[in-house]
Write a protein that binds this ligand. Structure first.
Ligand SMILES: C[S@@+](CC[C@H](N)C(=O)[O-])C[C@H]1O[C@@H](n2cnc3c(N)ncnc32)[C@H](O)[C@@H]1O
Length: 371
C-alpha cells in the first residue's frame, strides 16, 4: 500500500479538485484500483500514470469522451502516449509562439500609429512556416561537424561572412566575423547569447551595400525562399565569394534515391516540383557543384539525416524540426509513419534496404555550390 496515494494527495499534486477525481472515477475514466484500510480511494502507480495522461490530454483541449478512447487504446503504451503528448505540446507551443510574434508586430504597428489590414490581422493564424515550426528546431537541428568543415573550407580566407537564412546559426564559423540574416522572429529569438548579430531580412532583398562581405553563405535554406534566383543574385551582389549548401532534386532518379520519399512519403515530389534545378542555382552565382555525402550518424537532423537510423523518423520531435513533415500535412505524415513502423516491426524495411546498413555515408543529392 506504501506507493498508493490518497485521493486528497493526488488532487493536491495534480492541481485538480477532489470532486474532479471523483467524477473521473464515476464515469470510469480513472478508477483508483485500491482502497485504504479506512475505505478511502487509493491510487496505484498505474492509476496515477493513466490520470497523468488524462489530465495532459484535457489540458490540450480534448473532450472526456475522446480522452477515454485515447487512453483505452490497447495499442498505445505509456511511452507512446508521452511521445504523442510531447508532439502535441510542441505544436501548441509553436502556434502560441507564432501568435505572440504576430501580436507583437501589430502592437508595434499600432504604437507607431499604423493601421493593420484585415489580411495582416489574420496572419497570426496562418503564420509563416518557420514562425510556426521554428520552436521545435533546436531539439534536433545542430552543427554536423563533417559538413560544417566542408562549408568553412569553401569560405576560404574570408574574414567577414554573411549567413543568409541563418536560423539558429548552426553553421556559422566561430573564427570569422559573421553577420546573420533571418526573416523568422521565432528563429531569431532562439539564437544563443554568443551567436553572431542577426538582422531581420530576407535573401531576396539583402539590406547591405554591394560587396560588403568577403563571403556569403546559405545553409539548407534556399528551397524556402520565395525567389531563390533573386536571393542568390543578392548574395552575389553583397559578397565576393558565395557558398550554398542545398540539394539536387532535379534529376529524375532523385526521388527514388531516398527510401523515405520513395516508399513512404511520395508527396515530397510535389513539394520540390517547380523549383529551379540546382544547375540553374549554380549558374546564377557562377558556382561549381560538389556532392556532399551524409554520414550515417549525421548530427544535424535534416530530412535525410537518419537514412541508416529509420526508427528515428518515428519520433515526433525529430519530425517537427523538419519543415517537410509539416508541409505534407498530418494525414500523409501519419500514414508514412504508420507504414514505416509496420515495416520496421515486420523486417520489411531491413529486407528492402539491406545494402544501406553497411554504408558509412550516403549520396542522397546534397550539394555544395561554391562560387
Ligand atoms: C532549414 S532552416 C536552416 C537554418 C540554418 N541555415 C541552419 O542550417 O540551421 C531554413 C531557414 O530559412 C529561413 N528562410 C525562409 N525564407 C527565407 C528567405 N526568403 N530568406 C532568407 N531566409 C529564409 C527560415 O526562416 C529558416 O530559418
Amino acid at each position: 500500500m506504501a506507493e498508493h496515494l490518497t485521493v486528497g494527495r493526488v488532487a493536491e499534486l495534480a492541481g485538480v479538485s477532489v470532486r474532479t477525481l471523483h467524477h473521473y472515477d464515476e464515469i470510469g475514466l480513472v478508477q483508483p484500483s485500491a482502497r485504504t484500510s479506512a475505505g478511502y480511494r487509493a491510487y496505484a502507480p498505474a492509476d496515477v500514470e493513466r490520470l497523468r495522461e488524462v489530465l495532459a490530454y484535457r489540458r490540450l483541449g480534448f473532450g472526456l469522451r475522446e480522452i477515454a478512447d485515447l487512453v483505452d487504446d490497447p495499442a498505445t503504451d505509456a511511452v507512446a502516449h508521452l511521445h504523442r503528448l510531447r508532439g502535441l505540446l510542441l505544436e501548441q507551443r509553436d502556434r502560441a509562439g507564432a501568435m505572440v510574434t504576430a501580436i507583437d508586430r501589430e502592437l508595434e504597428a499600432r504604437a507607431r500609429g499604423l493601421g493593420t489590414t484585415p489580411e495582416e490581422q489574420l496572419t497570426m493564424f496562418g503564420a509563416q512556416l518557420y514562425d510556426s515550426i521554428g520552436a521545435a528546431y533546436p531539439a534536433t537541428r545542430r552543427t554536423e561537424p563533417r559538413i560544417a568543415a566542408r562549408v568553412w573550407e569553401a569560405l576560404g580566407d574570408a574574414r567577414t561572412v554573411l549567413n543568409v537564412g541563418a536560423g539558429t546559426g548552426s553553421y556559422e564559423p566561430a573564427d570569422r566575423e559573421v553577420t546573420a540574416v533571418e526573416p523568422s522572429a521565432v528563429m531569431r529569438a532562439q539564437r544563443g547569447p554568443d551567436a553572431a548579430p542577426c538582422v531581420a531580412g530576407s535573401a531576396e532583398s539583402l539590406p547591405f551595400d554591394d560587396q560588403s562581405f568577403d563571403a556569403a553563405m546559405a545553409f539548407s535554406t534556399v528551397h524556402h525562399w520565395r525567389d531563390p534566383i533573386a536571393g542568390l543574385r543578392e548574395m552575389r551582389r553583397v559578397a565576393r565569394r558565395v557558398v550554398v549548401f542545398t540539394h539536387d532534386a532535379s534529376d529524375t532518379g532523385w526521388r527514388n534515391r531516398f527510401w523515405l520519399s520513395r516508399d513512404y512519403l511520395p508527396e515530397v515530389a510535389g513539394l520540390v516540383a517547380g523549383r529551379p534545378p540546382v544547375e540553374d542555382l549554380a549558374a546564377t552565382i557562377g558556382a561549381r557543384i560538389e556532392p556532399v555525402l551524409i554520414p550515417w550518424d549525421c548530427a544535424d537532423g535534416f530530412f535525410e539525416a537518419y537514412w541508416r537510423r529509420p526508427e528515428v523518423y518515428l519520433d515526433e520531435s525529430a519530425r517537427r524540426a523538419v519543415s517537410i513533415w509539416t508541409r505534407v500535412g498530418p494525414e500523409a505524415e501519419q500514414r508514412a509513419v504508420s507504414r514505416l513502423r509496420a515495416d520496421l516491426d515486420s523486417g520489411r524495411w531491413a529486407d528492402r534496404n539491406r545494402e544501406l546498413l553497411s554504408l558509412d555515408a550516403a549520396e542522397l543529392g546534397l550539394r555544395l555550390l561554391v562560387a
